[in-house]
Write a protein that binds this ligand. Structure first.
Ligand code: NAG
Ligand code: NAG
Ligand code: NAG
Length: 403
């Protein structure tokens, strides 16, 4: 049965067959898994018939304005969990997320958004195959950039925060897409759903990571893959090499006021979250229900003695286990949320840290950045319903946002 017809009969049938997920006549997923390119999405479909796997082949729904490469939302039989592939890099990721938000057949008001993709990894934090759950994603691409051959005297890098004249400056002009922060309490709850014993590893990955062992700071890179809490950077540019990695490590620290730890590269995370902030402002999204998961397919810099180019072209040996671990993380989290729906996840886990954008558009006071522009109140858009997008009553906001 595919959700292609809007007739009352079809809806009535679905209400019997699939219970609450579609009884409003809309698809109401408890979990929306986002992936970014074909291999990340296909792993969920090819694993669908394994014991313990959610079967995302059971239903499909065509999403208007989705990527022409990935036009369908794939869902389990009862629509409790759905899977969407956005297309790669920031433009595709934002456009597809907006397409989901705008689809009148979807009710996303209680949906958990779980981003699951592969990326590069920093060997001082993670290794090939590692599963990471982030609290921040930082748009390192939002910078002035100078070619290294034209650097002013004293500049250690060509990346400079916009509106400043120094790579070490904190903030200059702010576009409001530099940093997004998600719930650490949710992240912790979802982490517990991933069985660390099942994290995939391979002999090829073990042989490659061993080459990082001679550098004490790269001990995490030389260790077997595990589940980590650390943060992603978003950039359309696939950067590589120690110098850019160190630059971006510093940028993540500065822009998160010392809290964020750079460990993975992504081309989509901030792009999705920017769209989800807009969804929250229109009461279509609960921004305290967002999780960022990245697994590591390659290292962001070479091992000692290796050239940057060699690591770039020959270093994606973690790709198969990174894809496998995308599925392990996403499938485990989706099952955990569905299994704990009545007890925990329908009501939700209150965020104990600030969640949202740089400016505080959703309310609360950002615990990073140059300071809120919205006076701690959520922005209410003209003509919008005026409900708090996070469904937090004014009197209780303090408990939801500690800072
Ligand atoms: C799962 O489906 C694939 C084809 O999509 C098939 O090759 C495989 O044998 C199936 N596995 C099980 C356990 O049914
Ligand atoms: C990649 O590996 C191959 C095989 O070892 C080698 O011939 C080639 O030079 C490497 N590429 C670079 C850019 O180092
Ligand atoms: C973050 O750090 C900057 C620079 O030190 C400071 O101006 C700003 O007030 C801090 N923001 C918050 C929310 O703590």
């Amino acid at each position: 049965m595919r959700f292609l017809h809007q007739s009352a009969l079809a809806v009535a049938y679905l209400c019997v067959a699939a219970a609450a997920a579609v009884c409003s006549g809309k698809i109401k997923p408890k979990v929306m898994i986002l992936t970014f390119f074909n291999a990340e999405g296909e792993i969920y479909l090819t694993k669908s018939n394994l014991t313990g796997a959610l079967d995302f082949r059971a239903q499909q729904h065509r999403v208007p304005f989705a990527s022409p490469q990935f036009p369908y939302l794939h869902c389990t039989r009862d629509y409790d969990a759905c899977l969407m592939t956005t297309g790669e890099a920031e433009i595709q990721a934002t456009a597809t997320t907006m397409a989901l938000l705008a689809d009148p057949q979807l009710d996303l008001s209680e949906t958990y958004w779980v981003l699951t993709g592969i990326g590069g990894g920093a060997p001082d934090q993670v290794t090939l195959g590692s599963i990471t759950l982030a609290r921040f994603t930082v748009q390192v691409g939002m910078s002035y950039e100078m070619d290294a051959r034209e650097l002013p005297p004293g500049f250690e890098t060509g990346f400079v925060p916009q509106g400043t004249d120094s790579p070490d400056a904190a903030w200059g002009s702010v576009y409001d897409a530099e940093v997004f922060e998600v719930s650490a309490a949710l992240r912790d709850a979802l982490t517990a759903m991933i069985d660390p014993v099942r994290v995939a590893d391979s002999e090829m990955a073990a042989a490659y990571r061993a080459k990082y062992a001679s550098v004490p700071a790269f001990a995490p890179g030389a260790a077997p893959p595990a589940v980590h809490h650390c943060d992603s950077v978003t950039s359309d540019t696939w950067f590589t090499g120690a110098l850019l990695a160190e630059t971006h490590t510093r940028r993540v620290k500065t822009w998160t006021n010392g809290t964020g730890i750079y460990c993975t590269t992504a081309q989509e995370d901030g792009a999705v979250l920017g769209a989800l902030v807009r969804g929250a402002l229109e009461s279509r999204v609960d921004f305290s229900r967002v999780a960022i998961v990245r697994t590591v397919s390659d290292f962001d810099r070479p091992y000692p003695g290796q050239s940057v180019m060699d690591n770039l072209v020959n270093g994606t040996v973690g790709y198969p286990i990174a894809i496998e671990n995308v599925w392990l993380a996403g499938n485990s989290i989706a099952r955990g949320i569905i299994g704990g729906w009545d007890q925990t996840f329908k009501t939700g886990i209150p965020a104990s840290n600030y969640v949202g954008d740089v400016w505080g558009a959703l309310g609360g006071t950002p615990d990073f950045g140059p300071g809120r522009v919205s006076g701690g109140e959520p922005v209410v858009l003209p003509g919008a319903k005026g409900q708090h997008p996070l469904k937090v009553k004014r009197s209780t906001r303090r408990s939801r946002f500690q800072k």
